[in-house]
Design a protein around this ligand. Structure first.
Ligand SMILES: NC(=O)c1ccc[n+]([C@@H]2O[C@H](COP(=O)([O-])OP(=O)(O)OC[C@H]3O[C@@H](n4cnc5c(N)ncnc54)[C@H](O)[C@@H]3O)[C@@H](O)[C@H]2O)c1
Length: 328
């Protein structure tokens, strides 16, 4: 590790040389740019909306400095990356000579296809091109690009500069080598990449979140508990454990010496009885929004949006630092 092993964000994306481009300077794009800058990479941030670019570049530099200030990146490296970050509305100039492109434009298939075609035309033929898309299929996007085998999905969990997960999913035409190169790149900038064998709606994390959230909504709508208590039941209970280990490993531990096989055998009846009682709807009941809103007003109290974001991020930073120290 180039920075002496004391930071979570590492330098230089896998040792390969060359700049990286982030296409689309919205919420997600600016955060990606901040992460890459914190790793000391030369980042080019592009957006068609020139009026947004200055503020987006400032947000990206602020994200890099936040990581350094939080002890999650080397201050000197993040400062170098922040100073080297450039913003442009010229896509061809942004991707010329890059080794990696992170696309983060608006969620619209026709737009993504257009942007992938333009990127592929102007980027080096061996540059890996990744979409941040949450809900579109990379198989549908990549056919618009020259050399579609170097295109894949690299789906972040927001904010990408802070939450380590990135889900890598190949499309029908993606070469295994492109997935491997992307894996190496993200791991080297401090992300925690996971690989899917194919591209399915919601990847892994959003599917798991959706399954949990449907039940969380249902418990509120059925009047079983308040919004605040359902939230506490996650964040003060299993959520804490899930931050340490995933459900499979935790249940394996829960099975004691018999491990997961014992756990499944002993608890199958109990769990199956509960599973039969879980929500199965696939359309949100119309009262969902107002019911959650009323409960959230109580849960938030006087805390503003900015205060809540700061509280969330401070706890995330504290956890990430603890995890880094534990693994060092
Ligand atoms: N917001 C999230 O929580 C989240 C999480 C994970 C992934 N994503 C994905 O990231 C992508 C971007 O989402 P967002 O929330 O950052 O959106 P956003 O609206 O904040 O930003 C989109 C940006 O794309 C720009 N854009 C539009 N057309 C363009 C073009 N032709 N070339 C360059 N830039 C163009 C817009 O000007 C805007 O700045 C989406 O695909 C979304 O699914 C979002």
């Amino acid at each position: 590790m180039a920075n002496g092993g004391c930071e979570a964000i590492r330098e230089d994306g896998g040792g390969a040389r060359g700049p990286v481009a982030v296409i689309g300077a919205g919420l997600t794009g600016a955060s990606w740019a901040g992460l890459f800058a914190a790793a000391g990479l030369e980042v080019r941030l592009q957006d068609v909306d020139a009026a947004r670019l200055d503020a987006a570049a400032e947000r990206a530099a602020a994200a890099a400095r936040f990581l350094a200030g939080s002890g999650l990146a080397s201050a000197a490296t993040a400062e170098r990356g922040a100073a080297a970050l450039t913003a442009t509305d010229d896509l061809a100039a942004a991707v010329a000579g890059v080794r990696h492109v992170q696309e983060g434009v608006r969620e619209d298939l026709a737009l993504k296809r257009l942007v992938f075609a333009e990127i592929a035309k102007a980027a080096p033929p061996d540059a890996v091109i990744c979409t941040s898309s949450s809900g579109l299929s990379i198989s549908d996007i990549q056919t618009a690009a020259a050399h579609p085998e170097r295109c894949l999905a690299a789906h972040p969990y927001n904010p990408p500069h802070l939450v380590p997960l990135v889900e890598l999913a190949p499309g029908a035409l993606t070469a295994p080598e492109a997935l491997e190169r992307a894996f190496t790149f993200y791991a080297a900038v401090g992300k925690e990449p996971v690989k899917l064998t194919r591209d399915i709606p919601g990847y892994l994390a959003n599917r798991l979140s959706a399954a949990l959230w449907r039940e969380a909504v249902d418990l509120v709508l059925r009047g079983v508990a308040t919004v605040e208590d359902v939230d506490k039941a996650v964040s003060s209970g299993p959520g804490l454990r899930w931050a340490a280990m995933g459900p499979h490993l935790l249940y394996d531990l829960g099975g004691g010496t018999e491990g997961i096989v014992g756990h499944v055998e002993h608890l199958a009846t109990v769990k199956e009885g509960m599973l039969r009682d879980l929500a199965t709807w696939t359309e949100f009941p119309p009262e969902t929004g107002p019911a959650l809103d009323a409960g959230l007003a109580e849960e938030k109290g006087a805390r503003t949006y900015d205060e809540l974001v700061a509280e969330r991020d401070a706890l995330l930073v504290a956890y990430l630092r603890a995890r880094r120290d534990r693994r060092a």
